[in-house]
Design a protein around this ligand. Structure first.
Ligand SMILES: [Zn+2]
Length: 304
């Protein structure tokens, strides 16, 4: 299976295996005498050593186990809120693909409504369907494609959302990935409604625009420190204690009067003492409210 030059002999291998197997073989270096023999490793741990815990985590297929902060991280992604919600629903496997609709007895066929060639589950609609695959082939470097297209769905989704394994040169990759997945799903829904969705390039252009707009909005928010500015300028109004006491005193005085309106050109008896008492406690200017506003001088109190 190896040529004299030490390369895979594709003439012999290529005729007997399917394309996906050939891609996997291509990602592995051909055997060489100096490399030693093959030995098994455990792929679910970074050090390639088997542990029961990692095996359990793999069987449970809980994204929270593989990526402890995954659920919190979704809400920290700098993308529009509707994209975050989409990511959340997708990771919970609640997106209404045809496979999910059949599972819930909403539909009879789980075939993809776009290509008609496979069951439409999350993996198909977001990664393997012709449109999705075309998009990823435009974005993923050739050296990372075999791994990108061979991971299980949850691994693939989480890995792209929370690190840049496949596209190391793109700082925006997790955000770009989330937005592109959302656009793919949106496009799928519009296609099924027979709307004009344009060409694949439109997804790329729309995705990049959305990415920039979100980034600009976030930068503006952080730059102006708008949240903190609002928090600093708005204070919960706190009526002072003396203000409340004066209001109570006036209300009590009002109850003692008969019907009709009464005008006071000086603070009513009882209220004066209260104001003086409060002024003494707070050190405010006589005739002024403890916070600096006139209290009663010249005030007219109307009682119906
Ligand atoms: Zn399809």
């Amino acid at each position: 299976m190896v040529t004299n030059d030490g390369l895979w002999d594709w003439d012999r291998i290529g005729s007997s295996l399917p394309r996906i197997a050939l891609d996997q073989i291509a990602s592995v270096p051909p055997p060489r005498a100096g490399l030693g023999g093959d030995f098994p490793v455990w792929r679910w741990k970074d050090k390639r050593v088997f542990t029961t815990r990692s095996a359990y985590a793999f069987l449970a297929l809980d994204p929270g186990t593989h990526y402890p902060a995954v659920w919190k991280s979704i809400w920290k992604l700098i993308v529009p809120q509707r994209v975050r919600v989409f990511v959340w629903v997708t990771l919970h496997e609640r997106l209404l693909t045809n496979a999910e609709r059949v599972r819930r007895h909403f539909a009879n066929s789980d075939l993809c409504g776009i290509c008609g060639g496979a069951k439409e589950d999350l993996e198909h609609v977001l990664r393997s369907c012709a449109i999705a695959k075309g998009l990823w082939l435009r974005l993923i470097p050739s050296g990372a494609r075999v791994s990108f297209f061979s991971l299980t769905f949850k691994e693939w989704f989480c890995k792209n959302l929370f690190d840049r394994t496949f596209v190391t040169t793109d700082d925006e990759w997790p955000r770009r990935f989330a937005i592109m997945c959302w656009l793919l799903w949106k496009r799928r829904c519009r296609l099924l409604l027979e709307e004009d969705v344009g060409v694949l390039d439109d997804v790329l252009v729309t995705g990049n625009c959305l990415l920039m707009q979100t980034k600009d909005a976030f930068t503006m928010l952080v730059g102006s420190n708008a949240r903190n500015a609002v928090a600093r300028t708005w204070c919960r109004p706190q009526p002072s204690r003396d203000m409340n006491k004066v209001a109570d005193s006036l209300a009590q005085r009002g109850r003692e009067l008969g019907a009709g309106s009464s005008a006071f050109y000086l603070p009513p008896e009882g209220t004066t003492a209260l104001v003086i008492q409060e002024q003494g406690a707070s050190g405010a200017v006589p005739g002024m409210h403890a916070r600096g506003a006139p209290v009663i001088s010249g005030a007219a109190v109307g009682i119906g």
